[in-house]
Design a protein around this ligand. Structure first.
Ligand SMILES: Cc1cc2nc3c(=O)[nH]c(=O)nc-3n(C[C@H](O)[C@H](O)[C@H](O)COP(=O)(O)OP(=O)(O)OC[C@H]3O[C@@H](n4cnc5c(N)ncnc54)[C@H](O)[C@@H]3O)c2cc1C
Length: 354
């Protein structure tokens, strides 16, 4: 009997990290990676940076080439959309009607850009989430933004009208969970998971789509950060293998090695972004804070630090313009929520020490 596959749905940062970790972790059975975009897994942050201003072409965004993917022995389904999942039998439905019974499933479908009603019917209105969207926007910008039809007019309902050559809708995102209709899954603001990234037995989630119980912060969190996608992809894969190791012979372990145990996923949240020539970096949680204290460290160098608090504890720190060495020192301070005053002192010492 052929072993059932593990399927990873979503062929981007989290899905790729999960697929690679499954092989590293000893999964010898079939491994299916399903992605609805036609492209090999690519990196999204440069879409709004190097790709958009023309410094990079799409091939530089690839996370792996075909040659680098080959050793994984993937059943790679690009341009294929998962349309349903039966949780009890771990059976995926793909567009075209194929049904795929799985040993385990990792869901890494990310988020999609929010849009406005009717926007898809107006030329010159763009969103920026995928490579194709970024290329379309770049091409229109290169043509001076003019579609030749006189541009776009925004406004209405008694408000003023603002004619524009081009409109970029940057109004947030929506977790890609609409295809998960099984009532065994909670899909309110992402796919709800426990601290092991498990949404149900044998079904795990990772990356932008996953809302999981963060064991340190004690509440469900969902991050749309590039580094979290990779780390959580690996964690979900490890925990799925640990779950399957007692039941599925396709999970290989080194001789005499004890069966791996599932581990809670407890990262120190981190993100970076470049706003023109200014680097922003943050550790911990900034959303949901009830207190923020900003300090200008160096006006000429545009170095600013902001400490975020919640319920009397410091939970996050955001820095603009700080060199990496000084940023890393902040990580240790914010790894677990500290009483506000203690965190302030330690942050002050960490930034002065640099
Ligand atoms: C323009 C831009 C700039 C960014 N800049 C930064 C930055 O500076 N710093 C930072 O930390 N993060 C940044 N991010 C966020 C970062 O890119 C994401 O956190 C990361 O891509 C999440 O990876 P993921 O694999 O979870 O999801 P995604 O990258 O969203 O990938 C999900 C994939 O699943 C596919 N999919 C969805 N539904 C289905 C389905 N039903 N069947 C099959 N496939 C499906 C999607 O098409 C997509 O290919 C940026 C994102 C964008 C768009």
């Amino acid at each position: 009997m052929t072993a059932r596959p593990i399927a990873v749905v979503g062929a981007s940062a989290a899905g790729l990290a999960a697929a690679e970790a499954l092989r590293r972790g000893g999964w010898r059975g079939p491994l299916t990676l399903i992605g609805d975009e036609p492209h090999l897994p690519y990196d999204r942050p440069p879409l709004s940076k190097q790709l958009l201003h023309g410094a990079w072409e799409p091939d530089r965004l690839l996370l792996r080439t075909e040659e680098q993917l080959a050793p994984l022995g993937l059943d790679l389904r690009l341009g294929t959309r998962a349309t349903g999942l039966d949780v009890a039998t771990r059976t995926l439905t793909l567009d075209g009607g194929e049904r795929l019974g799985c040993a385990g499933v990792i869901i890494a479908t990310g988020v999609t850009a929010r849009t406005l009603p009717g926007a898809d019917r107006i030329a010159g209105v763009h969103t920026l989430r995928t490579l194709d969207e970024a290329l379309a926007l770049r091409s229109r910008l290169a043509n001076g933004g003019t579609p030749g039809s006189g541009g776009v007019a925004a406004g209405g309902g008694g408000s003023s009208r603002l004619p524009a050559d081009l409109v970029l809708l940057a109004i947030g995102s929506r977790p890609a969970v609409e295809w998960l209709a099984d009532p065994a899954l909670d899909t309110t603001d992402g796919l709800r998971c426990d601290e092991y990234c498990a949404a149900a037995p044998g079904i795990y989630a990772a990356g932008d789509v996953a809302r999981w119980d963060h064991p340190v912060h004690g509440r469900p969190l969902r991050f749309e950060h590039r580094m979290n996608a990779t780390e959580q992809g690996m964690a979900a894969a490890r925990n799925l293998l640990a779950e399957l190791s007692t039941t599925d012979p396709a999970v290989g372990t080194a001789q005499d090695a004890p069966a791996p145990e599932r581990r809670p996923f407890a990262p120190v949240p981190y993100f970076w972004s470049d706003q023109y020539d200014l680097k922003l970096q943050a550790y911990g949680l900034t959303a949901g804070a009830d207190r923020v204290e900003a300090t200008v460290l160096d006006r000429a160098e545009r170095r600013v630090l902001a400490l975020y608090g919640r319920d009397g504890h410091a939970v996050g720190v955001l820095a603009a313009g700080l060199p990496p060495r000084r940023i890393r020192a902040l990580r240790a301070v914010i790894a677990t929520p500290l009483p506000w005053e203690e965190a302030r002192e330690r942050i002050g010492a960490a930034t002065a020490a640099g």
